[in-house]
Design a binder for this molecule. Structure first.
Ligand code: FA5
Length: 351
C-alpha cells in the first residue's frame, strides 16, 4: 500500500462521490448514495481500515485526509438532503394547492323525465281532489282487458285497439281500463271508488309523430250513489285548469266506448292559439286530450256494483300527449329517445 496511490484514490473518490451526489434525484437515491459513499461498507471506510497497514508516520497524514473527505462528503450530503427535501415539499405544496378562484367542479343533476313529471303533476291534482292512486298488471287477460268491459270476442270495437297477444287468453293491456274492473272487484259491493291508475299500455300502432306502440295512460274512476255526467265534467275542468292554467275550458263531444254510456271525447281549448284556430288544432280551436263517459251498467253489474243503485264515471288520458301540449313537443318519439339535449331542459332538484 502506497500513500500516493491512496491519496489519488481519495481524490477520485471525492470527485465521483460529489458527481453522484448531484445526480441523486430524490431522497431514496440520496439514501443509496449515503450507504455507498459513507456507509460501513463504503470505500472510504475501507480505506480507514487499510490505513493500519501504512507506516506509523504516514497514518496521521492520511487519517487527516480521510477525515477531511468524510467531513466534506457529509456536509455535501446534508446540503443535498435539505435541498431535495425542500424540492419535495414544494412539489407537494404545488400539487395540493387549492386555488379558491377556480370554478367549482359541477355535479350533474338528474332530470325527471317529462312523462314522469307530467304523471306526477296529474297525480298531485287528483290527490288534491281526494282520489287514490292504484297500479295494475301490464300483462292482462283477454277477460279483463276486453270482455268485462263489454267487449266480447268478435266485437268490432276491438279493432280500435290492435293488440299484442301473448297466448289466446293473455295479452299486453291495450289501455288502463281493466283496472276499472279490478278496482271495483276489490271494493265491491258498495264502497265508494275514487281512484286514478297510471301505467304503461301497448298497442300494435305504427309509431309516428303522435302514436307509439308503448305509451302511458292514466285511468280515472269514480263510483258511488248518484254520480252524474256533470260530476265528470266538473272534475275534468278542475284538472284542465290545474294543468294548463286557470283560463282553460273543456268541451265534451259525443263519442263511443263499449264500456261507457254515454261516452265522450274531451277537448281542451288549443294551448297554442288559445282557440283562434291554428295548425296544431287543425283550425278547430280545440285539442282532444282524453276519452271518458259514464260507466256502462253492464260493467258495473259484472264487477259487483248494482247498477240500479250505483253509477260512476271513468276517463282515460295519455300523459305523453299532455306533455307534448304542455311543453310544446311536436313529436312523441322525442319522449322515448332519451336525448340529453331534451331531457336536460327538465332538470330540477329531485326530492
Ligand atoms: C282508451 O284507451 C279508453 N280506455 C279511454 C277511456 C277510459 C274511455 C275510460 C272511457 C272511459 P283511447 O284509445 O282513445 O281510449 O286512448 C286514450 C288516450 O290515450 C288518447 O286520448 C291518447 O291521449 C292516448 N293514446 C291512444 N293511443 C295512443 C298511442 N298510440 N300513442 C300515444 N298515446 C295514445
Amino acid at each position: 500500500m502506497d500513500i500516493n496511490q491512496i491519496e489519488r484514490e481519495l481524490q477520485t473518490l471525492g470527485e465521483t462521490a460529489i458527481a453522484a451526489l448531484e445526480a441523486a434525484a430524490d431522497l431514496r437515491e440520496l439514501d443509496e448514495w449515503r450507504v455507498e459513499y459513507l456507509g460501513k461498507k463504503s470505500r472510504l471506510t475501507g480505506i480507514s481500515r487499510e490505513m493500519g497497514q501504512l507506516p506509523p508516520d504516514e497514518r496521521p497524514v492520511l487519517g487527516e485526509r480521510v477525515n477531511a473527505l468524510r467531513g466534506h462528503l457529509t456536509t455535501a450530503f446534508e446540503n443535498r438532503a435539505r435541498q431535495l427535501q425542500q424540492e419535495a415539499l414544494a412539489r407537494r405544496l404545488g400539487a395540493e394547492r387549492i386555488d379558491i378562484t377556480m370554478p367549482g367542479r359541477p355535479h350533474p343533476l338528474g332530470a325527471v323525465h317529462p312523462i314522469t313529471r307530467v304523471i306526477e303533476e296529474i297525480e298531485d291534482v287528483f290527490l288534491g281532489m281526494g282520489f287514490q292512486i292504484a297500479e295494475g298488471p301490464e300483462v292482462e287477460t283477454d277477460e279483463y282487458n276486453f270482455e268485462r268491459l263489454n267487449l266480447p270476442k268478435d266485437h268490432p270495437a276491438r279493432d280500435m285497439q290492435d293488440t299484442f297477444y301473448l297466448t289466446d287468453t293473455l295479452l299486453m293491456r291495450t289501455h288502463t281500463s281493466p283496472m276499472q274492473v279490478r278496482t271495483m272487484e276489490r271494493m265491491r259491493p258498495h264502497a265508494p271508488v275514487k281512484v286514478i291508475v297510471p301505467g304503461r299500455v301497448y298497442r300494435r300502432d305504427e309509431d309516428d309523430a303522435t302514436h307509439s306502440h308503448a305509451f302511458t295512460q292514466i285511468e280515472g274512476l269514480v263510483v258511488d250513489r248518484g254520480i252524474r255526467m256533470s260530476d265528470l265534467k266538473g272534475v275534468l275542468e278542475q284538472f284542465a285548469k290545474a294543468v294548463f292554467g286557470p283560463d282553460q275550458a273543456v268541451r265534451l263531444r259525443p263519442s263511443y266506448f263499449p264500456f261507457t254510456e254515454p261516452s265522450a271525447e274531451v277537448d281542451i281549448r288549443c294551448v297554442h292559439c288559445g282557440g283562434a284556430g291554428c295548425r296544431v288544432c287543425k283550425q278547430t280551436g280545440w285539442i282532444e286530450i282524453l276519452g271518458a263517459g259514464m260507466v256502462h251498467p253492464f260493467v258495473l253489474d259484472l264487477a259487483g256494483y248494482d247498477s240500479r243503485v250505483f253509477s260512476g264515471f271513468a276517463f282515460g288520458m295519455g300523459p305523453e300527449r299532455i306533455a307534448m301540449l304542455k311543453y310544446g313537443i311536436d313529436d312523441i318519439r322525442l319522449l322515448y329517445q332519451n336525448d340529453l339535449r331534451l331531457l336536460q331542459q327538465f332538470t330540477r332538484v329531485v326530492g
